[in-house]
Design a protein around this ligand. Sequence first.
Ligand SMILES: Nc1nc2c(ncn2[C@@H]2O[C@H](COP(=O)(O)OP(=O)(O)OP(=O)(O)O)[C@@H](O)[C@H]2O)c(=O)[nH]1
Ligand SMILES: [Mg+2]
Length: 353
Amino acid sequence: MSQEKIMSIHDEAEKIRRKLDEENSTTVSVALFGQPGAGKSSLINKIVGQKVAEVGVETDKTVAAASYEAKGLRFVDLPGYGTKNFPKESYFQKFDIQQFDLFLCVTSGKLHQADTEFFQELARRGKVCIFVVNKHDELWEDGIAIEELEQRKINDITKHVGQPVKVVFTSCRNGTGLDALSIEIQNNLDGAKRERWARGAKAYSARFLQEKKSACEKYVSYAAAAAAANGINPVPGVDVAVDISIIMKLFKEIRDDYGLTDNFLTNLKQSSIPVVGRLANNVVQYAAKEGILILLKRFAGRQAVKTFAKYIPFVGQAIAASLGYAITSNVGNSYLSDCHELAEEILNNKLGE
Ligand SMILES: Nc1nc2c(ncn2[C@@H]2O[C@H](COP(=O)(O)OP(=O)(O)OP(=O)(O)O)[C@@H](O)[C@H]2O)c(=O)[nH]1
Ligand SMILES: [Mg+2]
């Protein structure tokens, strides 16, 4: 390899490591507010697809906001606006309201005055707030169509807040509106945060799964480049070394993004649906170092290597042209593909953890 080429790989390696760090430190911050029992904790769990918040017990927010973080998504359950402990005058500063990417006002009954006032303050400061009417499954009145009941809710909220607002109806019980809510949140984010949301939030539709895959592909290209640039483990069968620990970490993150926990995978391996069992087996097997070596060997032997040309500007010319990157990016995308297909089967067959 020429001196010049070695230099540019070195520079690009530095850059790609910084990019990977940057990507890993991107967080989406969502704040929730609304009356006790409206379903804020339940919604957080549904959105992220993990039990992070306790449901059915009043979340203690008498001394502080309750904060939960998973997969680069941060949810903060705010205490009541303008109470004795948290007066209006100091509320915005106390909870650093300006830092949040967006707000969810969660209701299940009537909108309360404190929520209306807080919303109006947010609107004045140009912050995005989505109204979530939860417990849609309980919305019922004899002889009145559901559309009419929904419209009444929307009218009631509009009347209270004095302006047209975005309203999403959800049910944590039967899943109604969870996809719509997640997409509405995503539509209000840009750039890296948008991708972070697609990766971290649970997919309730094929469309969202596809968004997840695109966001993961970009991440795969970064990690594959870093793994190729940081060559320490020899790849069997070729004169190339890559960093397996980076690949291992990448695989773990892809599994997390698709909600494939160890427990869930163990259950899926026993599935009566053959393709589910096979994919779950792959996902578990390739997670370990021995499995990664099998994949590396498989792709080292390939003649034609598929690389993602659109990521070359991020990855760098010299790294993108290297054999190490061809192998690591193929290995990464093959793992992503297994996780994605498995997630599609889970969604289509309504398999729960
Ligand atoms: N029927 C129905 N019940 C729900 C729904 N979402 C939540 N619940 C129930 O409503 C109760 C309160 O839910 P939480 O998620 O704890 O409500 P919260 O807003 O976090 O309450 P606080 O922490 O007290 O502010 C629990 O018993 C939930 O099981 C829903 O969509 N439909
Ligand atoms: Mg709660």
